[in-house]
Design a protein around this ligand. Structure first.
Ligand SMILES: [Zn+2]
Length: 113
C-alpha cells in the first residue's frame, strides 16, 4: 500500500499539478536586436536590425546566455512558463506543509484545554 500523503487539500492539489509538469527550464527568454556583423547587410548601415532570441539564467552568480533558434522560440517560451509554474507550485506545497504543521500545533493546544 502506498504511503499516505501527509499534507492538506492545498498540498494535494499542488502535488497533483506537479505530477503533470511538462519539460521546463528555469531561465528567461529575451528578444534583442543586433547587427549581424555582415558589412553588406542593410543592418550595418541603418537597420532594421536582426531579432535575436537569447535564453539567460544564473549559474553560480554568473549570468549565462544561450542562443535560441527562431524555430524553437515558442517551444522554449513554453519551457520557461512551465518553469515559472513549477516554482510557484514548489512554494505552494511548502506553504501547505507549513499550514499543515501549524494546524497540528493548534489542535494539540485545544485538546489539552
Ligand atoms: Zn544584418
Amino acid at each position: 500500500m502506498a504511503r499516505p500523503l501527509i499534507t492538506n487539500m492545498r498540498g494535494k492539489q499542488a502535488l497533483e499539478r506537479i505530477r503533470k509538469i511538462k519539460p521546463f527550464i528555469q531561465a528567461s527568454l529575451t528578444i534583442t536586436k543586433k547587427r549581424c556583423g555582415n558589412p553588406r547587410c542593410p543592418c550595418a548601415q541603418e537597420g532594421p536590425l536582426h531579432e535575436v532570441a537569447l535564453l539567460t539564467w544564473k549559474e553560480e552568480k554568473r549570468t549565462r546566455t544561450l542562443y535560441v533558434p527562431i524555430e524553437l522560440r515558442q517551444e522554449v517560451e513554453r519551457w520557461v512558463q512551465e518553469g515559472k509554474l513549477l516554482k510557484r507550485l514548489v512554494a505552494e506545497v511548502s506553504q501547505a506543509q507549513r499550514e499543515f504543521l501549524a494546524s497540528k500545533k493548534k489542535r494539540r493546544k485545544s485538546s489539552k484545554s
